[in-house]
Design a protein around this ligand. Structure first.
Ligand code: KET
Length: 464
């Protein structure tokens, strides 16, 4: 076992650390959760360098020896496994990332144009303020709530730039943990796998509400309403703004209205995760309708936004956290606290993606071009969805109804395949997907639909 040198002080007057620091250090060491054997600490070694005396203890235990191997991430780990596979038929339907018909990653033309503009302007790389780029924060709130939404004019929305959707959710979780201690977050069953990690790490309690009904392969609306009603008053209710991940099943406008009724009745706080605005229907406004419905009721709400999918800015980590407050004054205070939470976590956000979004959304010509590109992407996904359904229906002679695939929207299809069946998809067919039966249609081409249909039919009928 490698021996580790730990800084420690002793009672010797010449020691470089005080007794107070020694005890403090010891307490940290012992309370850190790492298993240390006090007996194994060797006598103090005194070293002298450049006239300064420092004392260190040689410890023959590694601090990291007791750390166990973490499991691969259920979503991002799929891409790692895919890369390692050398079979030429392999398909990566794990992560929700848009690919072209040739299955290549896609950089939007409007993004390239915005980047050219940035180069021409010779913009600098100074730190952003903690809350991010002002021009970005302005357009992102307008895109979400609608530019003419009175909430914006009344300055009731606290918007801060976040590290994409995930970082924005994490920031909001920190806000909940600090200012609503003990309040729980209700999350849908099932939901995007990272939601639970985010709230666990932020030490925010959560529980689940019913959402998906495997019998109807649709929304368990009654169950959802009953669980939201039964939750303690003042809970945060996490809702997917559109294109629910992983099921691809969204409430209808009428159902959204009823969900808002119960949330209002129970004094809950709606907390939207909007990672697919424009990707579900192809229309930015239509996909923001759920959020706008809640906002129009005068409710306080939280909304995390991501530009990973709709602008293809996955690795730029660009998104935002919006908190709608009852007054401009409250919004200013909430924003100040969001900044206070962000500062020790990551100090301030990156500028590149924020400038891209600000340039695209803020320029009418680029904005229109973006909408056309988004429609193209959403359209390609709809085409493969249709082709997959057609292939399954033509090939499967069992009479199984595959029409649920057409009813789902967004990047994904929730196939209903169980864990063993999903594993068969990967092990036998080299189709990489998450173990909950979700496939990303954004990673599928028309040319591969027949192959995928064969894999699904085999896994569904021949593996229990
Ligand atoms: N919310 C939802 C619902 C979501 O699906 C994702 C990403 C995010 C937030 C966060 O994305 P970000 O890139 O942090 O803005 N989902 C895909 C990628 C991932 O798991 O990180 C996915 O489900 O494949």
């Amino acid at each position: 076992m490698a021996s580790t040198m730990l800084s420690l002080a002793s009672s010797a007057p010449s020691a470089s650390l005080s007794m107070h620091e020694f005890h403090k250090g010891k307490a940290n060491l012992w309370s850190s959760g790492l298993s240390f054997n006090r007996e194994k600490i060797n006598p103090l070694i005194i070293t002298k360098s450049f006239g300064r005396t420092s004392m260190v203890a040689a410890v023959n235990v590694s601090r990291f020896e007791g750390i166990t191997m973490a499991p691969p991430d259920p979503i991002l780990g799929v891409s790692e496994a895919f890369k390692a596979d050398t079979n030429e038929m392999k398909l990566n339907l794990g992560v929700g990332a848009y690919r072209t018909e040739e299955l290549h990653p896609y950089v939007l033309n409007v993004v390239k144009k915005a980047e050219n503009l940035m180069l021409e302007r010779g913009e600098n790389k100074e730190y952003l303020p903690i809350e991010g780029l002002a021009a970005f924060n302005k357009v992102t709130a307008e895109l979400l709530f609608g530019a003419d939404n009175p909430l914006i004019e009344q300055q009731k929305v606290a918007t801060v730039q976040g590290l994409s959707g995930t970082g924005s959710l994490r920031l909001a979780a920190a806000l909940i943990e600090r200012y609503s201690p003990g309040a729980q977050v209700l999350i849908s069953s099932p939901t995007w796998g990272n939601h639970k990690n985010i709230f666990n790490d932020a030490r925010v309690p959560w529980s689940e509400y019913r959402y998906y009904d495997p019998r109807t392969v649709g929304l368990d609306f009654e169950g959802m309403i009953a669980d939201i009603k039964a939750a303690p008053e003042g809970s945060f209710v996490l809702l997917h703004g559109c294109a629910h991940n992983p099921t691809g099943i969204d409430p209808t406008p009428e159902q959204w209205g009823k969900i808002a009724d119960v949330i209002q009745e129970k004094n809950h706080i709606p907390f939207f995760d909007v990672a697919y605005q424009g990707f579900a229907s192809g229309s930015l406004d239509e996909d923001a309708a759920s959020v706008r419905l809640f906002a129009a009721r005068g409710l306080e709400l939280l909304v995390a936004q991501s530009y990973s999918k709709n602008l293809g800015l996955y690795a730029e980590r660009i998104g935002a956290m919006n908190v709608v407050c009852a007054s401009a004054d409250a919004a200013a205070r909430v924003k100040s606290q969001l900044k206070r939470l962000a500062r020790p976590m990551y100090s301030n956000p990156p500028i590149h993606g924020a400038r891209i979004v600000a340039n695209v959304v803020g320029d009418p010509a680029l904005f229109n071009e973006w909408k056309a590109e988004m429609e193209m992407m959403a359209g390609r996904i709809k085409n493969v969805r249709q082709k997959l359904y057609d292939s399954l229906t033509a090939k499967d002679k069992s009479g199984k109804d595959w029409s649920f695939i057409l009813k789902q929207i967004g990047m994904f299809s929730f196939t209903g395949l169980n864990k063993a069946q999903s594993e068969n998809m990967t092990n036998k067919w080299h189709v990489y997907m998450t173990k909950d039966g979700r496939i990303s249609l954004a990673g599928l081409s028309l040319a591969k639909c027949e192959y995928l249909a064969d894999a699904i039919i085999d896994s569904f009928h021949n593996v229990s």
